[in-house]
Each structure stands twice: as C-alpha cells, then as structure tokens.
Design a protein around this ligand. Structure first.
Ligand code: SF4
Length: 100
C-alpha cells in the first residue's frame, strides 16, 4: 500500500517562491482618474487579478501597481480593447517562475 502525502498550497505561498526583476518601465498602464477609467470593469479587476495589482478606492477610482504582476493577461482580456496598454516586460524582466 502506497503512502499518500497531501499538501495544500495557497496561491500566496506559490507566488512567494517566484522572483521578480521589476522593469522600471511599466509594462501595463491604465488611465488615471474615474472619468478616464469609464468602461473599465473596475470591480472585476480588483477582485480577479491574482496578484492584487488593482485596488478600488472608496471613491471608485482604480489604483494600479504593476510591480507584482504575474503576467497572466486577465486584465487585458476583460478590459475593452485599447482601454489599457498591456505588454510583456522588456526582455529578461518581470516574473521568473519557480516550480520547485
Ligand atoms: S496581467 Fe494578471 S497579474 Fe498582471 S495585472 Fe493583469 S490581471 Fe494582474
């Protein structure tokens, strides 16, 4: 009979294993101010970004910080086309995943 080892890892634990080489040039930019952000799915971005890069303020403005981005692309997919500028970080920068 084999031995079964169950481990449960939280997303936060997994992300802490990764290494970031943050590019000083933001690879994602969003409009600033509530008026300019009209049409962005603010609540969805604040709830769904796995790295917590989006914060919705009490006034309804979306605050964004790109430094912890895991480059999943979710915000690009759920936002209207052209509303945010999304690129991968410049070569060699950004997140380096560790799978061990
Ligand atoms: S690409 Fe993913 S991790 Fe990065 S800001 Fe967008 S939703 Fe968050």
């Amino acid at each position: 009979m084999g031995v079964s080892i169950r481990r449960s890892l939280r997303l936060e634990d997994l992300l802490q294993r990764d290494v970031y080489d943050v590019d000083e040039k933001p690879h994602i930019e969003i409009p600033r101010g509530r008026d300019a952000q009209e049409g962005l799915p603010a609540k969805a971005l604040a709830l769904l970004c796995p790295a917590g890069c989006y914060t919705l303020t009490p006034s309804g403005e979306l605050i964004f910080s790109y430094e912890g981005c895991v480059e999943c692309g979710l915000c690009r997919v759920v936002s209207p086309k052209g509303k945010i500028r999304w690129e991968y970080p410049r070569s060699g920068r950004g997140i380096v995943y560790r799978f061990t």
